[in-house]
Design a protein around this ligand. Sequence first.
Ligand SMILES: [Zn+2]
Length: 437
Amino acid sequence: MNTKPAFSGLHPIKIKNARIFYDGSLQNLEMLFDQEKILQIAPEIEVDDDVEIIDAKGLAVLPGLVDTHVHLREPGYEAKETIAAGSRAAAAGGFTTIFAMPNLRPYPSTVETMEPYLEKIANDAVVRVIPFGTITDDEAGRTPTDYAALKKLGIHQFSDDGVGVASGDVMQEAMKKAVEADVLFSCHTEDMNYRAPGASVHEGPYAKKNGWIGIPSACESAQLIRDLGYARQIPVAYHADHISAKESVEALRQAKRDDVNCTAEVTAHHLLLEDRDVQDAMEKMNPPLRSHEDRMALIEGLEDGTLDFIANDHAPHTMEEKTRPMDKAPFGIVALETAFPLLYTEFVDRQKRWSLKQLLEWMAAKPAKRFGLEKTGELREGYRPDFFLADFDRTYTIDPADFESKGKNTPFGGWTANVCVMQTWSEGRPVWTRKDK
Ligand SMILES: [Zn+2]
């Protein structure tokens, strides 16, 4: 007997005729799962009549991606993005777990502001959304947040993204408290002494030629080097956000050699674009797209393990904001719906420089591990039933009008992608399906 509405209880489902990414490669396998876990992956799985069967002929099943650096803008900036739209954008990009940055109004710095925020996420998000707490109260850079209090609500990661913690004394005090509470810091490093008013793009000949005020690489690397110095003395779990400069890569390489507990992320746009690709504020982000040499250092850093994984700094804004003059427009681009298709297309399909296995490790397994997510980021028996169906035979053109995100601010409109996310499943349920035009 068919027991639908089985989705209120556990409803076993089998996917057949797909290529499943298992043990490092795409294989002709079947996968049985319910809404709690993956039950079995095998060449042929015998099932009872009450098991729903999905025929995914022609498609690949890939582990749900993880992004540790996403701006959902809600509460406070709902004209740019909402939890509902941003989490749908995540699903449309193959992401099933995203970490939401805390530069919001109100800031989730206290139990009083975090609780309603968690409730809103529980109601609105279509994939798993895990919020950051702030490193300092309201990201004001003065008082370390009460990490232990927020940890009781399940918050294990803290960031003042958008600004660096300017005071070295405050940062060291915060790091000591983070060690006591056993939480992770995810740090946007930016020393504002290096950033002139109106600075918008990487400082270099290209900025000069266009009459734009530049942001020097030291703006990022000086504070990173400071923090890594503290982390040599204070054993905090330190993660460096959106690394853009070759000097930062070198500082991380040295710190890792010295066994500092540090990891780092790099965004898809810093891997794909350079300062000379900047046309207008649509390519304006912080940190900025840097030189060719920097981009090559990021790619090599990722490949040799100095940079640990990819996170994309999805940063939606309204078109009104992003069409302002260079020095007046806000920093940031949307990324969730383009990161995987474009990285796959450029580095796996076109350059044949990376394997699909490497890309999926950097976009799922490795961020999951560093951010303490259990049974996430791979397709294995007992793991979370989070995955997406992709069509590797389908080529399409990126059109921001198709985005689920409220933000259409992308420099990648018109780019071609050689893989297409068709459907995304979170906790054993389909949460997003591509609408064919
Ligand atoms: Zn940032």
